[in-house]
Design a protein around this ligand. Sequence first.
Ligand SMILES: [Zn+2]
Ligand SMILES: [Zn+2]
Length: 350
Amino acid sequence: MTATMRAVYFLEPGKLEMREVPIPEPDAGEVVIKVESATTCGTDLKAYRRGHKLFKPPMPFGHEYAGYISAVGQGVTKFKVGDAVMGTNSAPCNQCYYCKRGRQQLCVELDGRFNFGTYAEYVRIPSYITAQNLHHKPAHLPFTEASFIEPLSCAVLCASYTDVQLGDTIAIIGVGAQGLMQIQLMKAMGASRVIAIGRAQGRLERAKQVGADDTFSSLDGDPLEYVRSQTERRGADVVIEAAGTPETWSQAMLMTRKGGTVIQFSGLAGGTQVSFDATHLHYDEITMKGVFHTTPHKVELAAQMLSDGTVDVKPMLDGEVPLSKVEDSLLRMQRSEVIKLAVVPSMPDN
Ligand SMILES: [Zn+2]
Ligand SMILES: [Zn+2]
């Protein structure tokens, strides 16, 4: 009889199911991980609410993880059973047009190279991820923080697009997990002043806690006007949109000073149209960049930053829950009660 495990499946938007399935076994180059922490993610919530182009249900659910290697496939030399690890959920092919041009996040093979199923007792990690994006977890780093490696690596790629200069003023719209990580990265890159824009005071307090110099609630007025009032009417040198609405995309653009850079970080639903002031874009020489996902180099940097404390993810973690609480956790995220939760499969249900 094959040993089985519990795993959460995504059946369709609004519907998850706990299944009893065989514990996976590794093929050549693969490992199987006993999951110690699988953090909930805004992308999971998006998929659960309205579907997502990268999610093809019915499918195992969850993509952030850290845990112990429980089995290794033939040819794996970097890891052995018992190693504590953390990793991401995809890896590029390194052969296609985009990979060769150094834009591995745009790899044409990427859609077929996403791995899901971390809301489970065990997860199998494909060979290409094991080889490129799985890292040893330092002993001092808790599993619940180590499983931030994937979202942090996306934040690191975003930060690398900003061209922040010493002394810059940065506006960050959105104080979810990504916004809170961006604040820390911008300070680490030499920004003098980071203005965090959000709504709820509790979130803005956390922004301060992780290093924001200034916060503004859009419930108290117009963030655009606020940023202008703080920058001699110029606007911010760099603006990062991490709130994910068409309105904030437009607002981020207007908030950027002449010659400045705006990064559209948050993905919007397929087909969404956003309007911009073409005059501002053209005559004020705004650089607007989209940024998506991550690369193995940024994953490596994220591993290092979690380890050395450049980025502290504790303020984004609102607790630990058992496997049976995945759906409940997503609903709590939707109500903005929590930013992220760590799903810990060894925790007893209650
Ligand atoms: Zn994620
Ligand atoms: Zn590729």
